[in-house]
Design a protein around this ligand. Structure first.
Ligand code: SF4
Ligand code: SF4
Length: 121
């Protein structure tokens, strides 16, 4: 979820679809880190997951609300780098293939501007 504004606040699909994996250096238990360690789990030795995203059905522990209706990332300012980099133009209405796939999985149409967007219904 790159956007704490319109599109993503009514979506949240990516946060309930993909593994959210990142380097342990981003954990707040490390010097200079910022992601709340208590909300993560370590499955592999060189990276950590946000809890809830390692196995299907996925839903990040930090996601609040109902996907496709109203959601919020409860650690928005402390979210890990994959969340910051994901579909970075979604707030401007431009999704990408992964954003579109996540939305489709949750019964939502791709954002206008998704390069693989196709009409639904
Ligand atoms: S799937 Fe796309 S529109 Fe939905 S929250 Fe993620 S980036 Fe935003
Ligand atoms: S940390 Fe926030 S933005 Fe990242 S997957 Fe979880 S709820 Fe979504």
């Amino acid at each position: 979820m790159p956007d704490q504004g319109g599109n993503c606040m009514r979506c949240g699909a990516c946060c309930a679809t993909y593994p959210v994996l990142f380097a342990p250096e981003e954990l707040d238990s490390r010097p200079g880190g910022w992601v709340p360690t208590a909300l993560t789990e370590t499955i592999y030795s060189r990276c950590v997951h946000m809890q809830g995203t390692a196995h299907s059905p996925r839903r990040c522990v930090a996601l609040q609300g109902t996907v496709g209706e109203e959601v919020r990332c409860t650690i928005y300012g402390q979210r890990p780098s994959p969340c910051r980099e994901f579909a970075a133009e979604a707030d401007a209405g431009h999704g990408d293939a992964r954003c579109a796939d996540a939305r489709r999985l949750h019964g939502l149409p791709p954002l206008k501007g998704s390069y693989d967007a196709f009409p639904i219904g």
